[in-house]
Design a protein around this ligand. Structure first.
Ligand code: BV8
Length: 237
């Protein structure tokens, strides 16, 4: 066992599942009734912007009906109490980590509650419906907003900051992700290569399970609060 100073945590849709937010890979492989390639690519948006806008409008509206669960709250408690470096990198576009109170947080795949204006390139907080073609809060041009979401084939946000944190961390923890999408799925290898201990907490083994020193299988709402207490009381891994 060794002392931990710097922690990087990666979360995926599984941490929000107990809040009632759909994960990407349900039993039928459909995501909210759609194939991913039909709603989460720039090509899909160019081909049928109304379908894509409605898909994100529905998910954005549903955010108002769900709440952070015990796992989100435990990570926010760790954020507030952890004396060393800590970075929570979420693949999720929901606002549950933010609402739970995490601050050392980044959304590498964007956020539902943010709009990207294709006229002026500004990102602005946005909680309404985009399909109606509302004006950009920044340049006021109508009908030029797209979801501020990183689609397949697009560059994830803040990759340099993530890589820096991975190079300095002693502990890398992955929670609620299938490990199906890169570059996020490769973070465990980067962390391990840099000497970090690696821990996975997931309902079932992810595609990259074999890269982790330790895997704990179960629901995030049960596993994460216990793990946070463990780290806060012993600071060991
Ligand atoms: C990139 C936002 C270059 C959308 C998402 C061809 C062309 C271009 C790119 C590629 C290509 N082929 C491959 C690629 C790369 C591609 C990729 O990886 N494709 C895969 C399919 C092979 N990646 C990209 O395109 C990325 N960009 O490569 O640009 C580049 C590369 C490096 C550096 C710079 C540039 C961009 C990908 C981002 C796509 N956007 N999300 C939206 O939300 O609308 S991806 C989306 O799926 C998520 O964000 C996440 O990243 C990914 C996986 O989802 P998960 O979060 O893991 O959820 P999932 O349902 O899969 O799993 C849930 C897990 O939770 C399960 O394991 C389950 O067991 C568990 N679980 C369930 N309940 C619980 C639980 N665990 C605990 N408790 C519970 N209660």
């Amino acid at each position: 066992m060794k002392d931990i100073q710097n922690i990087v945590i990666l979360t995926g849709a599984g941490i929000s599942a107990e809040s009632g937010v759909a994960t990407f890979r349900g039993p039928d492989g459909l995501w909210e009734g759609h194939r991913v390639e039909d709603v989460a690519t720039p090509e899909a948006f160019a081909r049928n912007s109304e379908l894509v806008q409605n898909f994100y409008d529905q998910r954005r509206a549903r955010l108002k009906t769900v709440h952070p669960n015990a796992a989100h709250k435990a990570l926010a408690k760790l954020d507030a109490k952890w004396p060393g470096e800590l970075l929570l990198v979420t693949q999720n576009v929901d606002d549950l980590h933010d609402r739970a109170g995490s601050t050392r947080l980044l959304h590498m795949h964007g956020e539902l509650n943010s709009a990207w204006c294709l006229a002026c390139d500004a990102r602005s907080p946005f909680e309404g419906e985009m399909a109606e073609g509302p004006a950009c809060p920044h340049c006021h041009q109508p009908g030029r907003l797209r979801p501020d979401i990183v689609w397949f084939g697009e560059m994830p946000y803040q990759m340099e900051r993530i890589e820096r944190a991975l190079s300095r961390c002693d502990l890398f923890v992955s929670i609620g992700t299938s490990g199906a999408v890169y570059p996020a799925a490769g973070f465990v290898q980067t962390a391990r290569y840099n000497g970090a201990r690696t821990l996975e907490m997931n309902l079932d083994p992810s595609e990259g399970s074999f890269h982790f020193h330790e895997s704990r299988m179960g629901r995030a709402g049960d596993l994460v609060p216990d793990w946070v207490e463990e780290v806060l009381s012993h600071g060991l891994c």
